[in-house]
Design a protein around this ligand. Sequence first.
Ligand SMILES: [Zn+2]
Length: 189
Amino acid sequence: MNNPLDLDSVIASTREILAQLLVIDVDDIEANSSIVEDLSADSLDIVDLSFQLGRQYGCTLPKTTVLDHAAAVCGDIHEFVNESGLTENGKALLEGSLSAYAPDQLRVGMKPGDVFAVTTVRNWAEQCRNVFNYLPATCPECAGHQAVLNERQQVVCASCSARLTPADGDEISRRLVETFVSAHLEENA
Ligand SMILES: [Zn+2]
């Protein structure tokens, strides 16, 4: 089924959730604000953000990082992170992930902790929106094909109004890593 979520409205929801969580003015939160560096969120705030976005939209966002999924899929992380930091493949993997890091956001040689530190409001909104690219093929209730937003901005079936749940965020994230590995690294496997 189609993804009816629009990135700007998910960015707006993410800003509102963060304003409440961090007790700051929503106008002080921009799409490109880094959640850790600019907004001083701690790891518990981030767990809360993930939970609240998931509850609002009716999805489960990934709990495991992309690089941890990559380590699990490949058996080790050296294709993506080596002793000097992020590799070209690591950067490309993150840019193609649910969080859709922009090319100017990451650089080769960056430490994995720095990737976490530069993650923005937009990356969180992208992650939430992109999970809805993985809705079921047809509505589980009525086999309808069209997804729409209801008045509460929830993703529902256009025919029967049933709430639609996308695939689990960690399953999607792992699938994306597997696709990347078979497209770019298979010859080394
Ligand atoms: Zn339906």
